[in-house]
Ligand binder design. Structure first.
Ligand SMILES: Nc1ncnc2c1ncn2[C@@H]1O[C@H](COP(=O)(O)OP(=O)(O)OP(=O)(O)O)[C@@H](O)[C@H]1O
Length: 243
């Protein structure tokens, strides 16, 4: 059988123990270039821990991580970002006292010098529907606008993989739909692969090409959302909640 294209991200036997608790249990996860993947699982399943291992916020107890053809274990978080692994955390990290435009300038100037910087800021404001909020302090933005600014900042670094931790938590259905559209646009027009932790199943259905289910730190199953949602073992771990 011919080997497929090399995955963009591949973890091998990734493990994280906190004292006696195994939060990540031998996870071997692969994400292909340009793929849209969601990571789901009940509370405490180990989703955030896995994300922190990928970003370098946490060191694994065992196992390895390959990204874009090289081992990234041991690289600092900013070195992983420089290699194209960008992240939008759940907790907002915009500079509240700076305007939306200034926040974008700070992010975009890491990749672009004077030439083309202002055009790139304007393009980003338009893409993320923040033109009217350009001169507002980021602290005055609504929750949904802040989430869009955060995604704009994370994607300013020209990542090949964007990790997002609950990007639509606390958002209205309308704002959630907007974020889905923006993420699909980023994925399709710039080829950015997405790995998204999210509890909102309507979001997951709309965005994900494939879904990985975590339970007690380990991968329970993977596949298209419809087959995953109908899997009896998945229904069992969600204890009868709608999946
Ligand atoms: N720093 C830590 N020290 C000790 N235990 C931790 C630590 N971080 C996470 N855990 C434990 O690891 C397990 C997995 O937690 P994690 O936050 O990764 O799950 P999650 O799937 O992201 O949950 P949620 O959906 O509620 O955010 C939990 O039992 C949690 O209590």
């Amino acid at each position: 059988m011919a080997a497929g294209p090399e995955p963009l991200l591949a973890t091998d036997g990734l493990r994280k123990e906190f004292g006696g608790l195994t939060a990540t249990d031998d996870v071997s996860l692969t994400v292909s270039p340009g793929e849209r993947r969601c990571l789901i699982g009940p509370n405490g399943a180990g989703k955030s821990t896995l994300l922190s291992l990928l970003t370098g916020q946490l060191d694994p107890t065992a196992g390895s991580i390959r990204f874009a053809g090289e081992e990234i274990d041991g690289l600092a978080p900013h070195e992983r970002v420089d290699r194209g692994l960008s992240v939008k955390f759940q907790v907002p990290s915009v500079y509240g006292a700076f305007s939306t435009r200034e926040n974008l300038r700070l992010a975009l100037q890491r990749r672009r010098s004077g030439d083309g910087l202002e055009e790139a800021i304007d393009e980003s404001l338009a893409r993320f529907d923040l033109v009217e909020e350009a001169e507002m302090d980021a602290s005055a933005l609504s929750h949904g606008q802040k989430q869009r600014l955060e995604i704009a900042i994370a994607s300013a670094l020209d990542p090949s993989l964007l990790l997002l931790d609950e990007p639509v938590a606390g958002l209205s259905v309308e704002e959630t739909d907007r974020i889905v559209e923006l993420l699909i646009d980023l994925n399709e027009s710039r080829g950015i692969a997405l790995l998204v932790i999210e509890h909102d199943m309507a979001f997951v259905r709309a965005l994900a090409e494939r879904v990985t289910v975590l339970h007690q730190g380990a991968i329970l199953t993977e596949g298209e959302m419809e087959s995953v949602a109908n899997d009896p073992t998945v229904r069992e771990v969600y204890l009868g909640e709608e999946v």
